[in-house]
Design a binder for this molecule. Structure first.
Ligand code: CA
Length: 220
């Protein structure tokens, strides 16, 4: 899953980037409102973490313009402790949730998991297609009686496939879900991750369409 973090505070921003990467998100970090809007116009994100106090265009204006162009990407707003009015304004402008600074990154991560469940139209914490299951909180994957804890990139790849069972994702589409701006994509990484996942879970866990990409079965 790809997250856009919009935060102008360097210390908070770099700590959050690390926490998000550790949790297997591909993260892009924008440090002002204009950069955030430009990123959102050119890249498809699963989630946005939006600080409201930003240079150039502030967070509420970013949110207003995002919703005005009918972009429904889930947005978690981050505000200062005393800014009740901003929180209310953010929710009314189409934010999906908020957090008050200072907060623990474990809470941010739990709220992002909840937002992506809601986006998928499911209250179930575990992704699955009947045979294959994946728990975003524990990173445990299961297939036909085998259970294994996945490292971040393998988790991110399998999660991308399980978000749309039956849909074939190309190498480029998978890379986009796994890597942020600042990360070098090495050739054959996707093939390597798929190979490793199949070795751990079983060859049938992930299907290949030659020359097009990979998918997981739609299930029942
Ligand atoms: Ca700020």
């Amino acid at each position: 899953m790809r997250v856009l973090l919009v935060e102008d505070d360097r210390m908070i921003g770099s700590a959050l980037v690390q926490a998000l990467k550790d949790a297997a998100y591909a993260v892009d970090w924008a440090t002002d409102g204009e950069m955030a809007l430009a990123s959102l116009a050119t890249q498809d994100y699963d989630l946005v973490v939006l600080d409201l106090g930003l240079p150039r265009t502030d967070g509420l204006e970013v949110l207003r313009r995002l919703r005005a162009r009918r972009d429904a990407t889930p947005v978690l707003v981050v505000t200062a402790r005393d800014a009740v009015q901003n929180r209310v304004a953010g929710l009314d402008l189409g934010a999906d949730d908020y957090l008050v600074k200072p907060f623990e990154s474990v809470e941010l991560l739990a709220r992002l998991r909840a937002l992506s469940r809601r986006r998928a139209g499911s209250a179930q914490p575990v992704l699955g297609n009947g045979e294959l299951s994946l728990d975003p909180a524990t990173k445990l994957a299961g297939f036909r009686g085998t259970t294994t804890r996945l490292p971040p990139r393998e988790f991110a790849l399998l999660q991308s496939l399980l978000q749309r069972p039956g849909a074939v994702l190309s190498r480029a589409e998978l890379e986009e879900r796994i890597y942020g701006w600042d990360e070098e994509v090495e050739s054959n990484t996707v093939e390597y991750l798929i190979h490793s996942l199949r070795r751990k879970l079983g060859a049938d866990a992930i299907r290949n369409v030659r020359g097009m990409g990979w998918y997981v079965d739609r299930g029942q």
